[in-house]
Design a protein around this ligand. Structure first.
Ligand code: ZN
Ligand code: ZN
Length: 600
């Protein structure tokens, strides 16, 4: 998903659950059928199974979110004892991992081993060094967890309510531990914690009471649950007023900026790039200049076509702005937006086939639908919904949201111009074919529960961005200046995301300077730029993932092109790259650059 379109991704995930449930798909049993039962791969597969089972017990909310419901009724109290238990779990698991030699494993398992090692080290670093649990009050939100259980469809209502009843019976302890943990919060995360916990209160409102009334629970169970709901409300309200008391001026807040050293480390754990954060920052600045240069040339060529007989502005940024504003006038009608998206999917499928970009699987068609009502309203024009790793065989949907009926004509026009005829095609490539959806189909051919859970977000986003450029380079859009100019602008957004992420967190860049940069060189509207600033104050590193993944994939392709010369084949590259699943690009690179990298 692009950053604007994937609003289902939490801005600041609870501290232990940093990984978005990445577009994970159904799994079919064991991965390497040709291995002997006692071989290293078989032993490692067995280890992974046990590890994940134990991981879920250690992280019940995370498990529920991934569709594993055995521990739905558990609530962990985020206190020192729990942190010690987490630490011991990570240590023991790392020791167990140390008994495997990477070289003795299949490529698939080698990557899994490294992903697990990174994840466990990251867990410890988050708890011991970054210490989000001390400064991010939004880490604690019982409403969010209960809301997921209540709206889940895995169990029938009565069972869900019993799980909720058990879980919230410890609400007071939960929030007491949260209060004890908070020492020097940031102002921004305190405001977020207040907002989200107030939102969480609504979960314990009339709709829940109504469900309890209608349920098949006994009178005694209903009474207990009703009392527990009241107590949970009280605990949340207490937490919110505790956070409010910390808000008045004079209370020492820590800065939301984590600084160079922590940013560098977090980047290493979260992105797993072969470059450092500082190197990626430099690459993003360079790429920004290249994009602007390209945009200047294309806008100069297009100007006479769209403004015949007029004198072009001397300032290059003004020239680019004028042409972009003209191009965005071509857009779908208000009531035809969803149709316009739907119509493009078969065109993309055909283009990929005709140009032999990769093999598609006609037995797994993407189901295009209008976004279900319960998912609407986030402003997400289009998104991919993939079932979690435990929902075998469910459909993958491409959700397209019609414009909200209540939007004013001005709001609708602004949105339609943002997703004009050119950008809409790029969006469909990114989200669907051959972007996220196609990547997902390939990832599921080498099923790995580890990659479904801890898959690499930079690779997933990077592939989607890479696929846009790859399509355009292959002639999609007839190589027109219009299409490329709008792609440049689109690509500038992920490039600037990486620039400002580093500049804000590690270089102290101010809000005024950030907004000015996004508006001037990113050609963004004021509202988009302010929204981006807010997001960059609440998260760190995530905004860098799109650009990092994209540039690493593109560089790898160029490297192989050079190495193989005439023997290079784009289809072969794309398919081979995708065959490793949602793994960090640096590991895929190592495997693809091996002199004799025939699969074992
Ligand atoms: Zn994306
Ligand atoms: Zn219009």
């Amino acid at each position: 998903m692009t950053d604007v379109l994937n609003l289902s991704k939490p801005e600041t995930p609870p501290m232990k659950f940093r990984y978005l449930p990445i577009l994970a798909l159904a799994l079919a049993g064991c991965s390497q059928p040709d291995k002997t039962a006692a071989g290293p791969d078989a032993r490692f597969d067995a280890f992974k199974g046990q590890f994940i089972e134990a991981l879920w017990k250690q992280n019940p909310d995370y498990a529920s979110g991934m569709g594993y419901h055995k521990y739905d009724s558990l609530l962990l109290i985020p206190n020192a004892a729990q942190r010690q238990a987490d630490d011991a779990f990570a240590q023991n698991s790392l020791t167990a991992l140390g008994r495997f030699t990477p070289d003795s494993l299949s490529p698939n398992n080698q990557i899994d081993l490294r992903l697990l090692r990174n994840e466990l080290r990251a867990e410890r670093w988050y708890a011991d060094t970054l210490k989000t649990w001390q400064w991010n009050p939004a880490s604690y939100n019982l409403g969010a967890a209960v809301g997921e259980l209540l709206n889940g469809r895995h169990f029938r209502l009565d069972r869900r309510l019993r799980n909720i009843s058990d879980k919230i019976s410890h609400a007071a302890e939960f929030y007491a531990a949260a209060r004890a943990n908070i020492s020097t919060p940031t102002k921004e995360h305190t405001a977020l914690g207040i907002r989200q916990n107030e939102g969480g209160l609504e979960v314990f409102g009339p709709a829940l009471a109504d469900s309890v009334r209608k349920s098949g629970l006994s009178a005694a169970e209903k009474q207990t649950l009703t009392a527990r709901i009241a107590a949970a409300r009280q605990a949340i309200e207490g937490y919110v007023s505790f956070l409010r008391r910390n808000m008045p001026a004079g209370v020492p807040y820590r800065s939301f900026r984590i600084g160079k050293a922590l940013f560098e480390q977090k980047f290493a754990y979260d992105i797993q790039s072969r470059f450092t954060a500082a190197e990626i920052y430099q690459q993003a600045l360079k790429h920004k200049a290249e994009l602007l240069h390209d945009m200047g040339h294309r806008a100069a060529r297009l100007y006479p076509k769209y403004f015949p007989g007029q004198k072009a502005p001397a300032d290059s940024l003004a020239l680019i702005t004028a042409v972009i504003n003209q191009l965005t006038l071509k857009h779908a009608p208000r009531d035809g937006f969803a149709d316009a998206v739907k119509r493009q999917i078969p065109t993309l499928v055909a283009f990929v086939n005709e140009h032999k970009l990769l093999t598609q699987d006609p037995s797994k068609p993407l189901v295009v639908r209008e976004t279900p009502l319960y998912m609407r309203g986030s402003g997400a024009g289009a998104s991919v919904s993939a079932p979690g790793p435990y929902d075998k065989g469910a459909n993958t949907y491409y959700n397209v949201e019609p414009l909200p009926a209540e939007w004013t004509p001005a709001q609708a026009e602004s949105y339609l111009r943002e997703y004009n005829d050119y950008t809409l095609q790029i969006l469909n490539i990114h989200e669907a074919i051959p972007g996220h959806y196609t990547q997902l189909v390939y990832a599921n051919r080498s099923p790995s529960l580890v990659k479904s859970i801890f898959g690499n977000g930079a690779m997933v986003e990077g592939w989607a961005v890479y696929s846009e450029r790859m399509m355009l380079e292959s002639g999609y859009g007839n190589n027109s200046d219009e299409m490329w100019l709008m792609w440049d602008k689109w690509n500038m957004r992920s490039t600037l995301n990486a620039v400002i992420d580093h500049a804000i967190q590690a270089e102290n860049m101010s809000e005024t300077d950030v907004v000015a940069l996004l508006r001037r060189e990113g050609f963004q509207e004021e509202a988009e730029a302010r929204g981006k600033w807010l997001r960059a104050t609440l998260s760190q590193v995530q905004l860098s993932s799109y650009f990092t993944g994209y540039s690493e994939i593109y560089a790898l392709r160029q490297e192989l092109k050079q190495q193989k010369g005439k023997g290079f084949n784009l289809k072969e590259f794309n398919e081979k790259f995708l065959s490793y699943g949602s793994a960090p690009v640096k590991y895929i690179r190592e495997l693809m650059l091996r002199p004799n990298q025939a699969d074992r």
